[in-house]
Design a protein around this ligand. Structure first.
Ligand SMILES: [Zn+2]
Length: 70
């Protein structure tokens, strides 16, 4: 599966995927390494799928910013 690297439109930092649902030990470790962001247990199609650790913002698939928690 081909993975495209997404870049934060604000700061240019690499975006990481947001993982929803109950995280595994590996996922918690991955978040510490900032290669993954844990989005919590609730999942819906409207939720953003990318996270920027530098800006601490979430982004949708089209890199539209999630303004709900700003
Ligand atoms: Zn950023």
């Amino acid at each position: 599966m081909k993975k495209l690297k997404k870049i934060c439109p604000k700061c240019g930092e690499k975006l990481v995927n947001i993982l929803y649902g109950m995280p595994s030990i590996e996922a918690i470790e991955a978040e510490k390494q900032k290669t993954l962001y844990l989005g919590g247990c609730e999942e819906s199609e409207k939720d953003p799928i990318y996270h920027c650790f530098k800006c601490n913002r979430n982004y949708y698939k089209n890199l539209k910013e999630d303004n709900r928690n700003v």
